[in-house]
Design a protein around this ligand. Structure first.
Ligand code: NAD
Ligand code: MG
Length: 399
């Protein structure tokens, strides 16, 4: 590959689980990828180490006091040429900068929406890990992808799997492609099969220890409540122009089949691999080519068996709540996402029980009405309203 083919990459959320896996794949292919910018919220030490190792053109951190610290450290290390900035506007700028070809959207939660949308509006190749952005603003987001000619590649392992199993030109409706359903696999999380009494007593440490995947805290809790699968159902509706009824959730505890596409002739195409996010990340970086991701080859003999079962929607009502929010449409998914972010944070701070997460989300959605998702302003306004409502409910009564 010649230097003119060098891809310049911005990694939003570089210090997180997806961010680090992205840096690992990028480091394996220095002839293909160069970092333009890396960003972090609070982890200044980690961002400093990344800057030392990769020498990007820019680094962005949440607070100016951390930016001052980082500038000093980089200057002392002889890396004063790395431009350090702080704040939300800087995130947007490193996402849409003209030098950038690829943006990895790996900030967690609603905070990822504006920079991810900025990358879309600048027509970049956008590798979408930040599912919350699409859950909040799916209609506007997908319209912006179309309008600005961005290339959107799903990094969430299930959606990446479905993308790989669909015909290469899957625009224009699933039925026209002969697709009868999308089979979204779920590991079932660490509490699959637990009784309601046991679920009531789950601690944050237990919820953050996922059996198959090593992930950030928020998505680990979402995986344990199955809200992650609910958010993914909404994500799949937008990405693949599907209705909630066309998506079936299948619990598959081994996380080897990452998802499947069922066709009208009875064929079911699955994408398999070890549970390692470097596979979908490498796919997104190199698409339509394939590159080494550093992932161990799948040893089917060692794995021996693959199991599939239906999800338990009684112990894990978040899946139903997400499906209902998608059916309600408008700002309902944004409100669901916002209420869930508040609930997960409260659970991590031991202010809410594990089963209380779903109860608080449901009570929040009952307390606020659904608006048409007419603009980004409306969506952000409803996001704020849902957060305030969830916090107020949490003060008023126990869940
Ligand atoms: P993480 O918590 O490990 O990392 C989050 C990153 O975002 C960090 O770099 C952090 O500094 C940054 N960040 C956090 N809050 C921020 C804010 N307010 N403003 C700016 N930056 C902020 O999370 P993760 O597990 O890497 O997940 C990232 C995203 O990818 C999430 O949306 C998650 O749902 C999605 N995802 C993750 C996995 C996984 O295996 N970890 C799989 C599929 C999808
Ligand atoms: Mg996933």
């Amino acid at each position: 590959m010649t230097s003119s083919n060098l891809q310049r990459v911005t990694v939003l959320g570089a210090t997180g689980s997806i961010g680090r896996s992205t840096l690992d794949v990028v480091a394996r292919h220095p002839e293909r990828y160069r970092l333009h910018a890396v960003t972090a919220h609070r982890s200044r030490e980690a961002l400093f180490e990344i800057c030392q190792r990769f020498v990007p053109a820019q680094a962005v951190i949440g607070r100016e006091e951390d930016a001052i610290w980082l500038r000093d450290r980089l200057r002392d290390a002889g890396l004063g040429r790395i431009e350090v900035r702080s704040g939300a506007e800087a995130l947007v700028e490193v996402s849409r900068a003209s030098e950038v070809d690829v943006v990895m959207a790996a900030i967690v939660g609603a905070a990822g929406l504006l920079p991810t949308l900025a990358a879309v509006e600048a027509g970049k190749r956008v590798l979408l890990a930040n599912k919350e952005a699409l859950v909040m603003s799916g209609g506007l987001f997908m319209a912006a992808v179309e309008r600005h000619g961005a290339t959107l590649l799903p990094i969430d392992s299930e959606h990446n799997a479905i993308y790989q199993c669909l015909p290469s030109q899957h625009r224009g409706g699933l039925e026209r492609q002969g697709v009868s359903r999308l089979l979204l696999t779920a590991s079932g999380g660490p509490f699959r099969g637990w009784s309601m009494a046991d679920l009531e007593a789950v601690t944050p440490a237990q919820a953050c220890a996922h059996p198959n995947w090593s992930m950030g805290q928020k998505i680990s809790v979402d995986s344990a409540t199955l809200m992650n699968k609910g958010l993914e159902l909404i994500e799949a509706c937008w990405l693949f122009d599907a209705s909630p009824g066309q998506i079936e959730v299948v619990v598959h505890p081994q996380s080897i089949v990452h998802s499947m596409v069922g066709y009208s002739d009875g064929s079911v195409i699955a994408q398999m691999g070890n549970p390692d996010m470097r596979t979908p990340i490498a796919y997104g970086l190199a698409w339509p080519a394939r590159i080494d991701a550093g992932v161990e080859p799948l040893d089917l003999f060692a794995r021996a068996r693959l199991d599939f079962e239906a999800p338990d929607e009684r112990g894990f009502p978040c899946l139903r709540l997400a499906r209902e929010a998608m059916k309600a449409g408008g700002t309902a998914p944004a409100s669901l996402n916002a209420a869930n972010e508040v609930a997960v944070q409260a659970f991590l701070e031991s202010r809410l029980s594990f089963l209380g997460i779903a109860r608080l989300v449901e009570a929040t959605l009952e307390a606020i009405d659904v608006q048409p998702a007419a603009s980004l302003d409306v969506i952000l306004c409803e996001d704020t309203r849902a957060r305030r409502t969830a916090e107020a409910l949490l003060q008023q009564r126990s869940f």
